[in-house]
Design a protein. Structure first.
Ligand code: NDP
Length: 332
């Protein structure tokens, strides 16, 4: 079977560290990379054996790509997705889908109108821990889920100390970077929808003035479940984790929120505490495989454009709450 022909939008760290390998492992062929910096684009293409480097999205689409992976800074996602949809090219877009909800809506609508697949690269829902948590909860393994707690904090690696800390227009800050992932993960694990957010944001001196480098948020879900999220770039010794406390049990996942598949999962109930066996695997490969399948008419992407829209809406509600000092509705 012919390999799906991909174009990379942006010569990026996430491509370098994870997505180029994931696309290839899932059976895709990367035919071109687009960068606004010609020299960087050429060097990147050479480093990863990509045949072509181009400077604009129309040029990229004219190379015959069938899908693009958009991993540019977040304010660029809308225009690039619309241009790809216009050219009949499928889109796997990074999170947050955009920096404004209206932009994300435009992206979902444009792809639907053009009949192309739009997926959001929320990798955590593809992991072994998320899958087992979802299964156990839906089977009633902890009774009624009541409270969730997420710690998605650590020290932002030095090589990422660029737009994430300094460029508000590009969607800097811990909320757009990390809270979106938490929102998507909880929606997936709980099969529940977020309704409102209350948040406090902090600048601990790492990000530029006016940009949060940590935040604590409370999210209320439709079922009544309350989730507490700690997202941040500044705490060197934090251990990531997810807890879901139910009426009959507690799921405890530790060291589980990174790009590397790892971590443990325990179930505590009247029967005592037992470790749940896990088969860890790369988070990104199943996402690309599901995207390939969706293009071929087999099922939906692991996280759709709508999923990306909702996780963005949660993050924007948290930001609005932090700015206003009041609770904010999730507007998706
Ligand atoms: P990068 O900073 O590596 O790249 C973002 C943009 O910055 C690129 O499109 C590139 O523009 C430009 N750029 C790249 N390197 C340089 C440089 N040395 N100097 C100046 N500009 C440069 O971004 P990330 O890989 O960290 O993130 C990209 C996207 O992926 C974001 O949306 C982010 O939120 C998301 N992400 C998602 C993750 C996940 O697990 N799902 C994990 C990490 C990031 P161009 O080449 O077009 O000129």
């Amino acid at each position: 079977m012919a390999k799906l022909r991909w174009g990379l939008v942006g010569a990026t760290v996430i491509g370098r560290e994870w997505m180029i390998a994931a696309i290839r492992e899932a059976g895709g062929e990367i035919v071109a990379v687009m960068s606004t910096d010609a020299a960087r684009g050429r060097a990147y293409a050479e480093e990863f054996g990509v045949p072509k480097a181009v400077g604009t999205l129309p040029e990229l689409c004219s190379t015959g790509v069938e899908a693009v992976y958009i991993a540019t800074t977040n304010e660029r996602h809308r225009a690039e997705t619309l241009a790809a949809a216009d050219a009949g090219v499928h889109v796997l877009c990074e999170k947050p889908l955009a920096t404004r909800l209206s932009d994300a809506r435009d992206m979902v609508e444009a792809c639907a109108r053009a009949g192309v697949v739009l997926a959001t690269n929320h990798h955590l829902r593809n992991g072994a821990i998320a899958g087992r948590m979802r299964e156990i909860i839906s089977a009633g393994g902890i009774g009624r889920p009541l409270i969730a707690r997420i710690v998605h904090a650590g020290y932002l690696p030095e090589h990422l100390h660029r737009w994430r800390l300094h460029d508000a227009r590009a969607g800097a800050g811990a909320i757009l970077d990390l809270t979106v992932h938490d929102a998507d993960l909880l929606r997936f694990i709980l099969d529940d929808e977020p309704e409102a957010a209350t948040a406090f944001a902090q600048n601990g001196g790492l990000a530029a003035a006016g940009i949060e480098d940590a935040a604590l948020s409370l999210i209320r879900f439709r079922s009544g479940l309350l989730a507490q999220l700690f997202d941040g770039f500044t705490t060197r010794y934090a251990e990531t984790g997810v807890e879901v406390h139910g009426s009959e049990g507690l799921l405890i996942a530790r060291d589980c929120l990174s790009q590397t598949p790892r971590g443990t999962l325990a179930l505590r109930s009247s029967a005592g505490e037992k470790m749940i066996p896990l088969n860890h695997h790369n988070y990104y490969v199943p996402g690309v495989r599901a995207f390939h399948d969706a293009i071929a008419g087999r099922g939906r992407p692991a996280a759709t454009g709508e999923d990306g829209l909702i996780s963005l809406a949660v993050a924007l509600a948290a930001q609005k709450s932090a700015d206003s000092g009041r609770s904010a509705r999730v507007e998706a």
